[in-house]
Design a binder for this molecule. Sequence first.
Ligand code: F0G
Length: 419
Amino acid sequence: MRLACSECGAVASAGTLFCDACGGLLAFDLDTSSFDPVALCQTFRERRASNDPLDTSGVWRFRELLPAIAPSNVVTLRENALPLYTAVRGGAYADATRASYLHLGMNPTASFKDAGMTVAISHAKESGARVAVCASTGNTAAAMAAYAARAEIAALVLVPAVGVSEAKMAQTLDYGATVAAIDGDFDRALEVVRGLDPARVAIVNSVNPYRIEGQKCAAFALLEARDWRVPEWLVLPGGNLGNTSAFGKGFREALALGLIDRLPRIAVVQASGAAPFAKLFRDGGDMVPVRAQTTATAIKIGAPASWRKALAEVRACDGTVLDVSDDEIADARAVIGRDGIGCEPASAASLAGLRKLRANGTIGRDDDAVLVLTGHVLKDGAYASAYHTSGAPYANRIRNAPTDAALRELIDEVTAVRA
Ligand code: F0G
C-alpha cells in the first residue's frame, strides 16, 4: 500500500506524519485491482471459525486490506467483534421502521478507538517506538493506554483538565498511562501533540493514517454482518472527524473491490455547540474553528483535524452533515438505554440526528439506517445519573422503599404496569 498526501497527492517520505509538500494529512492508497471479491469474502468468513488471535480480531481478519505489519508485531485485544442490534424504541422515537445500532462501544476498551489503535500501536511497535502520545477527550486515551500496555510501550496522554469523564480517566490510569491534564481544551492538546517530533514519539491521534486503516474495518465488519447488503444510511457522531473519514474510505474500498455495488449515504451529526463542520457543510468555505461547548464531552472539539478528508467522503456518497442540541442528545441517549443497549452521550448524536433527518424528510420512514454507537454507556455514568435525577422526559429516578408496605406498593405498581 502506498502512503501519500490526501490533499496534494505527493508520496509521503518515511517516518513523517504530515505531507512534506503541503502539510496535509497522509492516507494509504489501496490497489484494489489485484483482488477477487468472491475469494476475499470467503477468506474473511472462514477466519470467523478460526481461533488464531489475528482471525478473531474484526480488524486483522481483513488484513489483506491493511498496511503490511509482521504478525509478531500485531498487538490485538480481539477488537471489533461488533454486534448489530435492531433499534426498536430508537426507531419508533425517530419514526424510522428499519433502524439498527452498530455498537462500537462493545470493544475491549468500550469505544470505537480500539479498531484504529490496534493498527497504530502495532505499527509503533514495528517501528521500534518507545513512547506513544495522544491528545484526547478520554476514549483515545483509554484505547492508547491499553494497547501501549500490551505492546510494552510507554503511554502519555494530554487531556483537558476539565470536562473529561471520570470513568475514562480512571480506565486510562488503570492501564498505566501517564496522564497530563492541560490548561486548555482538546484542540489545544492536539495542537501541542502535532508539534512533537514523530521520529521521537508515536503520535496516535487520528491524524495518524494507521488509525484510519483500522477504523475503516468497522465498515467491512458492518457490511459482512449484513451479508454485504448496503444500508441506505449510516449515521454517526462527528468530532475530530477521523471516524467519518474511516467509514467513508472503508465503504469506497468495498465498492472498488466489488464487495458492494453502491455506497451508503453518510450522515455526520455534531453537537450544536461544537459544530464547525455542520456550518461549513451548510455555508461552504473553509473550516472556521469554534470554541467548543457541549455536555457530550467526547465530541467537544472546535477545530476538527480531518475535516477535509471527511468532507470528501460525505460528498462522495451524497451524504449530509447536521447538528443537534445537547437536550436532543440527552433524550436520544436515554431512549437508546430503553432499548437495553445504552451508550455514552456523544454516541446518541446518531439517534438525535436520525430523528431530525426523518422530521425534515432527508431520510425516508422505511429507509434502512444504521446508527453508529461509538462508546459504551459506562463510559460516562455521571452523565447518566444526572439525567435520571433531572426532570427530563426519559428520566427514571431511584424509588425509595423504606418499609415493607412501601415495597409491596411499589411491587404492585410495577406488576400492574407490566401485566
Ligand atoms: N464518539 C465518541 C464516543 C468519541 O470518543 C469520539 C471522539 C467521537 C464520537 C468522534 O469521533 O473524532 O473520529 O469524529 N473522541 C476522541 C477522543 C476525540 O479523544 O477520544 P471523531
